[in-house]
Design a binder for this molecule. Structure first.
Ligand SMILES: [Zn+2]
Ligand SMILES: [Zn+2]
Length: 285
């Protein structure tokens, strides 16, 4: 079990546990330092940080931003320690959330065409305070009795490019890196294994100012850790890791269940401290 976990989701985006419960779960599993990295929103961070104080867990402000690579595929950028009051950051996140709602409605139109009508109000109720995403639609499908479980809903209808999927307008990844950096944040490439051409994307992002990559992603084995560790070293990027916990799947890596060594936790935190304190508007903690 790792003592650091820098990639966790809550009900502020597409996770199933409220931010405070994610922190409590992480604490119960021995996590000492974590980041809440909900998709396109920092709305859960304050609640998570308050829970962190109660549970003795250091909670770092985080976010995960989805971007489109020029040659297809999408790259997810994690931002840590960014200033939540940064206007450019919040304006961009607001545009993302509007785009998600439009996409959610398009997915429902497609499902209706496939013979699975769902009420928009029901899907937004399931989403709660989060912007509607495919996991919420999948849960509504299960609830309506159209399919047995969320995984099957994705496997058959909602997978990327699937019959009920709809595209969403996203930023180019270099712009997301700039957005995070300009808000005083540390920019890290999430789950590099899912990129179509990881070495090319990492080289491009490193040139755009990327700070780190998730060398120790939840299910990376020794080979992937060596491969991405080498790429990180080549481009002078700091290695990090996360469980990407959502609480949506029947079998899932829980908080702290990731191959992140203790010295990598310390190295990432001291790197972030340096980057953060160098930012012109940076407030040292
Ligand atoms: Zn992701
Ligand atoms: Zn994630």
């Amino acid at each position: 079990m790792a003592r650091g976990d820098f990639h966790l989701h809550s009900t502020a985006s597409d996770g199933t546990l409220p931010p405070a419960d994610v922190v409590a779960l992480a604490a119960s599993r021995g996590v000492e330092v974590m980041a809440l990295t909900d998709h396109d929103t920092t709305a859960g961070v304050a609640e998570a940080q308050a829970a962190g104080v109660a549970h003795g867990v250091e909670v770092i402000a985080g976010i995960e931003i989805s971007t489109d690579l020029a040659d297809g595929g999408d790259a997810h950028l994690l931002g840590y320690f960014a200033d939540a009051a940064d206007e450019a950051l919040q304006a961009q996140l607001e545009r993302y959330r509007t785009g998600r709602a439009e996409r959610g409605r398009e997915i429902l139109r497609k499902l209706e065409g496939l013979g699975f009508p769902l009420a928009w109000e029901r899907v937004t109720a399931i989403a709660g305070r989060a912007a509607v995403g495919r996991p919420h639609v999948a849960r509504a499908m299960v609830e309506a009795g159209y399919i047995d479980n969320v995984s099957l809903a994705f496997d058959h209808y909602l997978f990327t490019g699937g019959p009920a999927d709809a595209p969403r307008k996203k930023l180019p990844p270099a712009e997301a890196v700039a957005l995070i950096r300009d808000a005083g944040g540390v920019a890290v490439l999430a789950h590099p294994r899912y990129l179509p051409d990881p070495p090319a994307a990492i080289a491009m992002l490193a040139a755009a100012g990327l700070h780190g990559i998730e060398v120790y992603y939840k299910d990376h084995g020794p080979e992937e850790i060596a491969r991405f560790g080498q790429l990180a070293a080549t481009h002078h990027l700091v290695p990090t890791g996360g469980s990407d916990y959502h609480g949506t799947k029947q079998v899932e890596h829980l908080p702290g269940d990731l191959p992140l060594p203790s010295d990598a936790v310390d190295a990432f935190l001291s790197f972030a401290q340096r980057e953060w304190s160098q930012h012109p508007s940076g407030v040292s903690e």
